[in-house]
Design a protein around this ligand. Structure first.
Ligand SMILES: *Cc1c(COP(=O)(O)O)cnc(C)c1O
Length: 223
C-alpha cells in the first residue's frame, strides 16, 4: 500500500480531536514528502542530528515534534524550530531547554514524560518525582518553556489489559496535575500516548496525540 493511503486509513481510524504525529525516524526525505504531499504536516523524530538535517532540507511549514530521549548538550540545535518536545524526562533537561530558549527569546512547548511501564522504558519521571518537582517553585521561574501536558509509553507486551491499565494511570495523573497546578492554564491539555500497536487503546483512554511510525511508513531500516 502506498504511503498516502496508509495515512488516509490511519486518519480515518482516529477518534475526533486526536492529533496524529507521524514518527518519521529513519525514513527518507522522499517518504516524508509523500506524506507531505498527501497533506500531512506533523512529524516526529527521535535523533537530533537526523532531525536537523531533515528540517533544513524539507518544507518550512512542517511542524516538527521531538519524541526521543534528548541529551542536554543537543538541546540548542532543535530549540530554534521545534514545535513540541514530548520527551522532557528530567528537571535538568527542562532547565536546559529554558536556558537555550531564553537566548533566542522563544517559548518552547513541552510535555513531561512519565514512566508508566513496568521495566521497558528507563526514561521519564515517576509519578512521585513529578509531584515533588511540581511542588517546588522552580517551574514558575522558567519563562521560556510552556508545559502543555504529559507523555508516556506503555509496556511493550501483548497483555492488552496491562497496557490499558498503564494508560489509565497516566490519564489519572494528568487530571490530578492539571487540577493542582495548571487549572488556570488552558494550554495544559495534551496527553501524548499511543503508538502503532496500542493507539486504539490509548484513544479509548483519552489520548489527545498518537505517535505512529510503523503503521504509516514502510519498515524502518533500524531502531
Ligand atoms: C519510534 C517511536 C514511536 C513510533 O513507534 P511505532 O511503533 O513505529 O508506531 C512513538 N513514540 C516514540 C517515543 C518512538 O520512539
Amino acid at each position: 500500500m502506498c504511503i498516502a493511503s496508509k495515512f488516509r486509513d490511519i486518519n480515518n481510524s482516529l477518534l475526533p480531536g486526536v492529533k496524529l504525529i507521524a514518527v518519521s525516524k529513519f525514513q527518507s526525505s522522499d517518504n516524508i514528502m509523500q506524506a507531505y504531499q498527501a497533506g500531512h504536516r506533523r512529524f516526529g523524530e527521535s535523533r537530533v542530528q537526523e532531525l536537523s538535517l531533515k528540517q533544513a532540507s524539507l518544507p518550512s511549514d512542517i511542524e516538527w515534534h521531538f519524541v526521543g530521549h534528548l541529551q542536554r548538550n543537543k538541546v540548542k540545535y532543535i530549540v530554534p524550530f521545534i514545535s513540541l518536545i514530548h520527551s522532557v524526562d528530567s528537571a535538568q533537561l527542562l532547565m536546559e531547554i529554558n536556558k537555550s530558549a531564553a537566548k533566542i527569546d522563544r517559548q518552547i512547548p513541552c510535555l513531561l514524560q512519565i514512566h508508566i511501564a513496568g521495566e521497558d522504558n528507563k526514561y521519564g519521571f515517576s509519578p512521585e518525582e513529578i509531584r515533588s518537582f511540581l511542588q517546588e517553585d522552580s517551574l514558575k521561574k522558567m519563562q521560556h518553556v510552556q508545559i502543555q501536558g504529559l507523555m508516556g509509553m506503555a509496556s511493550f507486551t501483548d497483555k492488552l489489559d496491562l497496557v490499558r491499565q498503564e494508560f489509565r494511570q497516566l490519564k489519572q495523573l494528568f487530571d490530578e496535575i492539571k487540577s493542582r497546578h495548571f487549572s488556570e492554564q488552558a494550554k495544559f491539555c495534551e496527553l501524548s500516548m499511543g503508538m502503532t500497536n496500542d493507539y486504539h487503546i490509548a484513544m479509548q483512554e483519552h489520548s489527545t496525540m498518537v505517535r505512529i511510525g510503523t503503521a504509516l511508513f514502510d519498515q524502518r531500516k533500524r531502531d
